[in-house]
Design a protein around this ligand. Structure first.
Ligand code: NDP
Length: 452
């Protein structure tokens, strides 16, 4: 092992790469890491963290409205530039913390684009670095369709750094990112149109969640153009005109594309050394994060499996356990809770109703559902309703899916994810005494199966 410069060399200092590197170093491995942008990666610098700070920042608009119903004489306007600047200070701070964590772990950082030369060698500029194991953790990036005028559009990367708030914004896509940014811009005061190519937003989510969130977004004044696609974009003075395929058009100040992300796997020299990529361009790996070339591994979004930060971290740490702690570790990709930080947010874990029905048959699944106006809104006057839903396997009583749209849904789903992962049954939920008055208590109080 000593003939190599490092025991592990990681390409990409995002969530997965940093987690793997630090854990490996904690077991005494000599670790190097390359980063061609800023240490911290997508989640910390242009994903989860800055996005959630903008969700917090803009959600005050709703809270101020709500406060009036409780006797507060409160109103105000948002200084968008100040919010973005404050968010940038925080992401810069986190970048520093990530670098410090790497330094403290004695992981050597190389700033620059790394390319694989062979199974044990990486090039960064003129430098050649050798390692026993190489880890590809280069993440993903937004992908836009190649329609005429697409250069006039932005992605979430630029949306996070807009220095002024667009009066009108058109967001193309109906996934996590589109829905989250629709909430941010609407709460900040923009007129927002979502252009969704499918009949509904959030494909893959439970149908009740999709419908419920749609009606909440529409209630807030977000226009949703379903079954619609942009054919081309024209810039007319300062106006952007999105021509839709149905012949209509939308005039807007910004057009943001949130039509999915692709793996960052180009230019790494993968093909040259025989690292196989799948049809989507992702690095193909097995359950041990092993690529087609022995000694080269990949974790996180570049493998395009479950593209969530905590999954990349678990994969990275698992790899370090396997390689450097004689503790072979794989990651179970089932029943991973996730959230959409829309306003109101979504929290979900386990199977949707339709997925459960496909697995167990329609009669093999019991559904429990509650839709109610939260107590807070009896005084606030807000018409927002909360949805909570349990998907239960009839034969065993096991709770296979738990879904919520409403305030604190991500926090609530995180806590209940333990119960779903542990395979607890509806009876276990029933014999849990409620915490009152909360919204979460509804999950242990549902008695009536929904009639279908
Ligand atoms: P998603 O894959 O979630 O959604 C993409 C959306 O764009 C879908 O509505 C899709 O429609 C639509 N679309 C795809 N191609 C086109 C096209 N050519 N023209 C028009 N519409 C198109 O991608 P996101 O970019 O929203 O997010 C990427 C991933 O990042 C997520 O899947 C998730 O893993 C992760 N993420 C997680 C977050 C969280 O945990 N809170 C937040 C943000 C991102 P259709 O439904 O018809 O396919």
């Amino acid at each position: 092992m000593d003939s190599f410069d490092f025991d592990l060399f990681t390409i990409g200092a995002g969530s997965g790469g940093v987690a793997a590197s630090r854990r490996a170093a904690s077991y005494g491995a000599r670790v190097g890491i390359a980063e061609n942008w800023r240490v911290g990666g997508t989640c910390v610098l242009r994903g989860c963290v800055p996005k959630k700070l903008l969700v917090y920042g803009t959600h005050f608009a709703h809270e101020m409205e709500d406060a009036r119903g409780f006797g507060w004489d409160v109103s105000g306007t948002l200084d968008w530039g100040k919010l973005v600047a404050a968010k940038n200070v925080e992401t810069k701070r986190l970048e520093g913390i990530y670098q410090t964590m790497l330094d403290n772990a004695k992981v050597e950082t190389f700033l620059g684009a790394a390319k694989l030369v062979d199974a044990h060698t990486v090039a960064i500029g003129d430098k050649r670095i050798t390692a026993k194991y190489i880890l590809i953790a280069t993440g993903g990036r937004p992908e836009r369709p190649a329609i005429p005028g697409i250069v006039h559009s932005i992605t979430s990367n630029e949306a996070l750094d807009l220095t002024s708030l667009p009066r009108r914004i058109t967001i193309v896509g109906g996934g996590y990112i589109a829905v989250e940014f629709a909430g941010i811009f609407r709460a900040a005061g923009s007129e927002v149109t979502l252009v969704v190519r499918s009949p509904k937003i959030l494909r893959g989510f439970d149908e009740d969640v999709r419908d419920h969130l749609t009606s909440e977004l529409v209630r807030q004044g977000i226009e949703i153009r379903a079954n619609s696609k942009v054919a081309h974009i024209d810039k007319i003075g300062w106006i952007l005109r999105a021509a839709l395929e149905d012949g209509s058009s939308l005039d807007t100040e910004q057009i943001m594309y949130a039509t999915g992300r692709v793996p960052n796997a180009d230019g790494l020299g993968l093909e040259e050394i025989g690292v196989v990529r799948d049809k989507a361009g992702a690095v193909a790996v097995d359950e041990w994060q092993q690529t087609s070339v022995p000694g080269i591994y990949a974790v996180g979004d570049v493998t395009n499996r479950v593209n969530l930060t905590p999954v990349a971290i678990a994969e990275g740490r698992g790899l370090a356990e396997t390689l450097f702690n004689a503790n072979p570790t794989t990651v179970d990709h089932n029943d991973i809770a996730s959230a959409v930080f829309s306003q109101p947010p979504v929290g979900t874990v386990g199977l949707s109703q339709s997925d459960a029905e496909r697995l167990h048959g329609i009669d093999g699944v019991d559904i429990y559902r509650a839709v109610f106006r939260p107590m807070k809104h009896t005084l606030s006057g807000r018409q927002e309703k909360t949805l909570m839903k349990l998907v239960v396997e009839a034969a065993t009583g096991r709770v296979r899916g738990l879904h919520m749209v409403g305030a604190d849904a991500p926090e609530i789903a995180q806590a209940f994810a333990v119960a779903v992962k542990a395979g607890l049954t509806k009876k276990d939920f029933d014999r849990t005494i409620a915490v009152h008055p909360t919204a979460a208590e509804e999950f242990v109080l549902m008695r009536e199966k929904v009639k279908r």
